[in-house]
Design a protein around this ligand. Structure first.
Ligand SMILES: [Zn+2]
Length: 431
């Protein structure tokens, strides 16, 4: 039987085709659960037990429930994740006509996608569009998700690429641009995309000032395996952790400490943006919470000293066909529990103190956990954890669920693991 959390995760992924839709869907769920939207430009007045959220750039968010005690006395308990995933971003003026026949779109890569997994699959476009408004400084922002099999990146056939199965290499400008149409008499090639957006949003093409649009895979998330063991879905890195932290926040009881979840944007491209983990977004919000609760700068520092953050991002499971790619003694298995990520070079923030805390939380939640360390001759990825730690001196741990084919257009993780990590998040927020 498919667990309710897994079903809900798949629904969340199927509705969240760019980081803008991720945030929009999270905000709808927060509002449905009594969370109030805060505006950065307003003076905040918050109360004990109050539930709030703030959005940054419509692509990152922070949600929090104030504890029954002042943050200076009980601190913050945080979970961090990220809203973005590897994909392709559409460039301005994207239409390219080939041989007076095909129309393809000019794109650039966003993050480190496994390119071959994007080929020969129905794709569409999601993101946001900026429209002209009466106020020059505040264009109207509209989300867009074109619900149609719209684009495809066709492979070169085997006969014209005999070495295709010896490994694939792609020129990112020449080889992987998606086709959208064929030229015909009714079509204006110029402005084809803008005209499509205008039709979709029911506005005039002249009103469109700019767009941020990304490709997404049309195939829906699914559960796979004889015993429904696996979740196969796009963007599990890191929508699984956005979903798990949100569920943990919404399903936990009120606490003396202040519970916070944050999901940054731009993790896949280095976190350096106003909505990324390298920004002061979290630090400033935590300070504003303390001030709005009647505290001062000293109270803020006291609150920080009593805080803890879980940086939640997917981890690597041992691969059945490449078992030698894993560390010889730390070999995370799918559905064997959340995985603590450890690296001597600091690419993960876990230390023996924070690991002890999370292990105890797992024990109390009745959940087994595992450890991941890179092979010593391989460098792994990173997370928002080290970026957050350079902004905020908070004890931190990096964890995530074991995953296969990370950065593929469809990734594979464990159904039980998703349920288990949510149990640990509820436990963490409860006590
Ligand atoms: Zn990630």
């Amino acid at each position: 039987m498919i667990n309710k959390y897994v079903k809900d995760l798949m629904k969340f992924i199927d509705e969240s085709h760019s980081q803008f839709q991720v945030c929009n869907n999270v905000e709808k769920r927060l509002e449905g659960n009594g969370y109030k939207r805060l505006n950065a430009a307003d003076r905040w007045s918050l109360e004990a037990g109050g539930k709030y959220f703030i959005s940054k750039n419509s692509s990152a968010f922070i949600a929090f429930e104030i504890g029954s005690e002042n943050p200076a006395e009980s601190g913050f308990r945080l979970i961090g994740s990220h809203t973005d995933s590897p994909t392709f971003k559409i460039k301005p003026n994207p239409e390219i006509v080939v041989d007076n026949s095909y129309v393809k779109l000019n794109t650039e890569m966003y993050g480190g996608a496994i390119i071959s997994t994007w080929l020969d699959r129905p794709l569409s476009i999601a993101g946001r569009v900026s429209l002209r408004s009466n106020d020059v400084m505040n264009p109207e922002i509209r989300l867009i998700d074109i619900d149609k099999d719209l684009l495809i990146i066709p492979n070169l056939c085997k006969h014209q690429n005999r070495a295709v199965n010896e490994g694939s290499s792609f020129n990112k400008q020449e080889d992987i641009l998606p086709i959208i149409s064929l030229i015909n008499d009714e079509f204006e090639k110029d402005g084809m995309l803008v005209n499509l957006i205008a039709k979709e949003l029911e506005v005039k093409a002249e009103e469109i000032l700019d767009f941020e649009l990304y490709l997404y895979l049309r195939e829906k998330a699914s559960v796979i395996g004889l015993g429904d063991e696996f979740i196969s879905a796009p963007k599990l890195d890191n929508l699984a952790m956005v979903h798990a932290s949100l569920t943990g926040l919404l399903e936990s009881d009120s606490s003396p400490f202040t519970k916070v979840i944050i999901a940054n944007d731009n993790e896949e491209v280095g976190s350096r943006s106003k909505q990324g983990a390298d920004s002061p977004m979290l630090k400033n919000t935590l300070e504003r919470i303390v001030l709005a609760m009647g505290g001062d700068r000293e109270n803020y520092h006291r609150a920080i000293s009593k805080s803890f953050i879980i940086s939640a991002d997917m981890a690597h499971a041992i691969h059945p066909n490449y078992t030698n790619k894993s560390d010889p003694t730390n070999r995370p298995k799918i559905n064997a529990g959340p995985t603590i990520k450890i690296a001597a070079n600091g690419s993960y923030t876990s230390d023996s103190q924070s690991i002890a805390v999370y292990k105890a939380i797992c024990e109390n939640a009745g959940v087994k956990c595992q450890t991941f360390v890179n092979r010593s001759d391989m460098s792994g990825g990173s997370t928002i954890g080290p970026h957050t730690s350079t902004q905020l001196e908070i004890t931190s741990i990096d964890i995530g669920n074991p995953t296969l084919s990370m950065h593929s257009s469809r990734e594979l993780a464990g159904a039980k693991d998703h349920e288990d990590i949510i149990k640990t998040f509820i436990e963490y927020f409860n006590k």
